[in-house]
Design a protein around this ligand. Sequence first.
Ligand code: NAI
Ligand code: MG
Length: 497
Amino acid sequence: MTNQLSPNLDPRVLAGMLSGKHLIDGALVPAASGKTFDVVSPATREAVAKAAYGEKADVDLAVAAAKKAQSSWSKKSARERGKLIAECGRILAGHVEELGRLIALETGKALRTESRVEASVLADAFTFYGGLGSELKGETIPFNPNMLSMTVVEPIGVVGAIIPWNVPLMLMALKIAPAMVAGNAVVVKSAEEAPLAVLRVCQILNTILPPGVFNILSGMGPECGAPLVAHKDVGKVTFTGSVETGKIVYKAAAEKLIPVTLELGGKSPMIVMGDADLERAVDGAVVGMRFTRQGQSCTAASRIFVHESIHDAFVQKLKAKVDAMKMGDPLDESTDIGTIISTQQFEKVQSYIKIGEAEGAVANRCSQKPSDGKLKDGLYVQPVIFTNVKNESRVAREEIFGPVTCVIKFKEFDEAIAAANDTEYGLAASIWTTNLKWALDATRRIDAGLVQVNQNLVVQPGMSYGGFRASGLGKEASLEAMLEHFTRKKMVMVNLQ
Ligand code: NAI
Ligand code: MG
């Protein structure tokens, strides 16, 4: 019989093994109440496992375990913690295939284009942060020669991490790897739609981390996430999800006066000037809009401003590219585009397509839904490229979080910049041009936390990632994110006289 921790490439078997459990204090355990909820694969809408239905009692157990473990974890040297986190990265790299398959099963994201890639970014994030232990350093302040004055960087204690379902492995890694290197213990509340792959990661890593340093709970937001945020021993909350829930989390954290990082929504503009390399810009729109992730990305290029001189050619080429992408079984290697995560999101996306049409936009539907009998009930939505859209319309202002982008015509550079900034969000943006002045001017004038020129790369470890205004607070993914968000600074002054 194979060891339960050796990679298992059958995601249904793995899902069964993890069914109905949290991971608290190093052990897989059921919910205190014994309650569970179904984990549904959106490609077939079959229940593939149960998840433990976490509530306050489970939160109390997990936070107590984390608090106890944190005391000895924080006493290890920072380099030693870093080495263990880097070792986590090495071990996870050996599980990329199984984690990719499991995430494809539970989220409906295609294995080749999305899920396997996400699993390798997870491993990479641990490797990246594992090398940063010795950066947890303070400064000395030269007040006078008879006094040693210095700042010391300390962990906060127990960190509560609340994650969404769209890229759960990567988003979890970007929160917990820096938190743990900095000497904190973590309690993760997984998204109700995608509790399995992150639980598997926790199970794997608990073979080398001391019990209680990394705990994970599954459950609903109000019943499991809210008590985690409110728990008196949670000293920091890091959250990714909707603006609406982000505000609830922020208010609850304010009651305890604890720091919060919020990574919220977006309606990211992409500006394509008339002189842009058209082929590259079209490819950039496909990547930027995350069509392979069914557009379920907070940085999705969901407002594409295209200069009137190339508008029609751009739309035609973009449609042809997306038409050529294959929608199908997420676990099939030939599939480019999988499914929407849940019925709730499916209905939200459908309703926005109707709203756009009612507002007068033209919905150019792309690609084809799979006709295979097994997948006919799957949550497939044909990608939509809206043309004839006004920047004031709801489909151009509100986050759809589906494979729906808006192409908007413009005449002048200044007009495009103003339209790009006319949004409550400020997460990401890109400009496509061969004119250096326009490119640099746009990087200065666009009001967003990430501005790219002639590319639309996804988040990667090392970059300073985070939005302005309604898109959130704080940064993730970088060294600075670890130092600013998962530590506190103590001033120490020693009289030497
Ligand atoms: P959500 O923000 O409600 O859920 C995100 C996480 O917060 C989940 O783990 C959820 O259980 C938890 N949560 C919910 N209510 C909570 C509460 N009162 N206290 C503590 N935790 C709570 O997002 P949802 O419902 O999954 O999706 C709704 C919309 O949010 C999407 O259509 C999309 O527009 C946006 N969204 C944005 C994401 C991003 O990457 N910025 C990710 C997921 C959703
Ligand atoms: Mg919600």
